[in-house]
Design a protein around this ligand. Structure first.
Ligand SMILES: Nc1ncnc2c1ncn2[C@@H]1O[C@H](COP(=O)(O)OP(=O)(O)OP(=O)(O)O)[C@@H](O)[C@H]1O
Length: 209
């Protein structure tokens, strides 16, 4: 692979507060370019379910092997859900690039900090999806109809911290998801055409608080 081709396949990290529209924007991107992107295959300690394929649905490993990989710093992030471990390995992300596809990682700021600290050689393009305002974020989370009073408060509280982190300049590009078609156009130019300069300015959230 030439270095130009390789740089076009740099992994892309998509980060932003819950409810900011990451899934909505990514769905549009995958629909428009179904062959361009690849998904990293996660590791899990849970047993395969009928119809799932080893190395396709997940890499199925024992708890000991999983923890061994944790100790060897092999994961970008990992977590435990209902007694099973799940994680995204560095190798799985690199495999996507080796297969000639661009890996998109939808992760939170904690994950971004971990990549920067522990796996800088992955060298992703860091993209922050920002809400136009905190009030619009609240409206979207309420409108999605998935949040209770307490989870709404929790997500908005976390959003303030994430916006602060974005303000510190941690991301290469900011995309403000104000009007969906406009934001999508910016995201496509950044991710597909690698026009990093096409990004937006981060809104001034302090003025709102
Ligand atoms: N530009 C937009 N204008 C108005 N509403 C939008 C816009 N983009 C997304 N939405 C709506 O906002 C809600 C939250 O979007 P979405 O679920 O994509 O967010 P998310 O960032 O993926 O959240 P999470 O991190 O919790 O999965 C959805 O109901 C979606 O339809």
């Amino acid at each position: 692979m030439s270095s130009v081709a390789a740089s076009l396949l740099r992994p892309v990290v998509i980060c932003g507060p819950s409810g900011t529209g990451k899934s909505t924007l990514l769905k549009k991107l995958f629909n428009e370019f179904p062959d361009k992107f690849g998904f990293s295959i996660s590791h899990t300690t849970r047993a395969p379910r009928p119809g799932e394929e080893r190395g396709v649905s997940y890499h199925y490993v024992t708890r000991d092997d999983f923890l061994d990989l944790v100790r060897r710093d092999g994961f970008i992030e990992h977590a435990e859900f209902s007694g099973n471990l799940y994680g995204t390995s560095v190798q799985a992300v690199e495999d996507v690039k080796k297969g000639g596809k661009m890996c998109i990682l939808d992760i939170d700021t904690q994950g971004v900090k971990l990549i920067k600290a522990n796996h800088p050689h992955l060298d992703p393009l860091y993209v922050f999806i920002s809400p136009p305002s905190l009030s619009s974020l609240k409206a979207r989370l309420t409108g999605r109809g998935t949040e209770s009073e307490s989870s709404l408060a929790e997500r908005l509280g976390a959003a303030v911290g994430e916006l602060e982190y974005a303000k510190s300049g941690a991301f290469d590009v900011v995309v403000v998801n104000d009007e969906l078609e406009r934001a999508y156009d910016v995201l496509r130019r950044v991710v597909v055409d690698r026009e990093v300069g096409a990004g937006d300015r981060l809104p001034d959230f302090a003025a709102e608080q």
